[in-house]
Design a binder for this molecule. Structure first.
Ligand SMILES: [Cu+2]
Length: 356
């Protein structure tokens, strides 16, 4: 316990009002019950430590042994999200997180067992999509399993915000693994921090997001380009960007769709066979400056794959995520509970199926 002031705030089994208020269909199947989640606030270190487990990671068939049909079935079964819910415990700005995998004894396990881990905030929606805000996440290619922004920047979080964390595992080891825990350390800044941090919200820009929540595509041998155009209801500054690709992904970029100018490109680090080792992240500014993004102006996010094999890669993804400082926070779009996209996302997250 490091002798620090700490407090277990929330445990499993909580059914807070913010969830009961959401109507997700009376005839829905019961969601799988997640393993216990412990939430601990460390006020002296300004950290929130979440620990969940134990998880059982079933073996995945090795690449090459899978038929296209099996792959499709695996993808579908991976969509059975296990969401751990908790209530945000204090007023603060979030400025980063670090994720580790550990076993029952607390020994660190290889992070490649994690495809991705994402924290979702049910109290806000995304800027582009009507779905709930994804606050932050790490994927297997996230260097050090850690994302941090300078103290001058933060995502505003409030007491009572309904939060959740979900994980997609990836177990290519050839055997089942038992007793896996994820530990997420969220770094936060207190409300009395001076100078006051600039408030940013996450912006998620996917090259292939569909209303049903599916953003995967196939990457056949050679080059594949996926792109998506959008406008935003509020202008602001993009202060930093990261992204997500799978094996054979080569880059993801943001363009001004009206002028064709490339605003930022993130390149993948790959091994000699095209497997993904990492993806660049860029921080443009630690203050209010950064990449100017205009309201009602067309932008385009573009993902590139370069598959050197003779096989089509199923289930590819390409997206960019950024931290965005809106000119006017009040113009951030509000959650519309009647929106079908929003409802489908919520039902998927809560594991209540697709019957709406
Ligand atoms: Cu992915």
């Amino acid at each position: 316990m490091k002798g620090l002031r700490s407090l277990v705030v929330v445990c499993l089994g909580l059914a807070p009002a913010w969830l009961q208020a959401q109507h997700v269909g009376a005839d829905s199947a019961a969601p799988p019950s997640p393993p216990p989640l412990e939430v601990r606030v460390d006020s002296s270190q300004h950290e929130l430590v979440l620990t969940a487990g134990p998880f059982h990671l079933p073996v995945e068939p090795a690449e090459g042994e899978q038929t296209a049909m099996q792959m499709t079935m695996d993808m579908a079964s991976m969509e059975g999200i296990v969401l751990q819910r908790f209530m945000w415990p204090m007023e603060c700005w979030v400025r980063g997180l670090r994720v580790e995998l550990v076993d029952r004894q607390g020994h660190v396990l290889p992070r490649r067992l994690l495809h991705h881990l994402i924290m979702v905030n049910f109290a806000r929606r995304q800027l582009i999509y009507p779905a709930a805000e994804r606050v932050m996440g790490v994927a297997s290619e996230t260097d050090g399993g850690e994302i941090t922004v300078p103290k001058t920047i933060g995502i505003p979080m409030h007491v009572g915000h309904g939060l959740g964390v979900y994980v997609m595992w990836h177990n290519p080891t050839g055997r089942d693994i038992d007793g896996v825990y994820w530990r997420m350390t969220v770094k936060w800044s207190p409300t009395n921090l001076q100078p006051r941090p600039i408030s940013v919200l996450p912006i998620y820009m996917d090259t292939n997001m569909q209303e049903d929540g599916n953003n995967e595509f196939s990457a056949p041998p050679g080059r594949t380009t996926k792109s998506f155009e959008f406008t935003l209801p509020v202008g602001g500054h993009l202060l930093g960007v990261g992204g997500h690709l799978h094996d054979y992904g080569s880059s993801v970029r943001l363009e001004d769709a009206e002028t064709g100018k490339v605003l930022v490109t993130l390149r993948a680090r790959r091994d000699s066979t095209g497997k993904l080792l990492g993806l660049e992240r860029k921080l443009f500014a630690t203050r209010g400056e950064g990449l100017r993004i205009r309201a009602n102006h067309r932008y385009r996010v573009v993902g590139e794959y370069d598959n050197p094999t003779r096989d089509t890669l199923p289930g590819a993804m390409a997206h960019m995520v950024g931290i965005f400082a809106p000119d006017d926070m009040t113009k951030w779009p509000k959650i519309d509970p009647t929106n079908r996209w929003y409802q489908k996302d919520l039902a998927d997250l809560l594991g209540t199926g697709k019957s709406l």
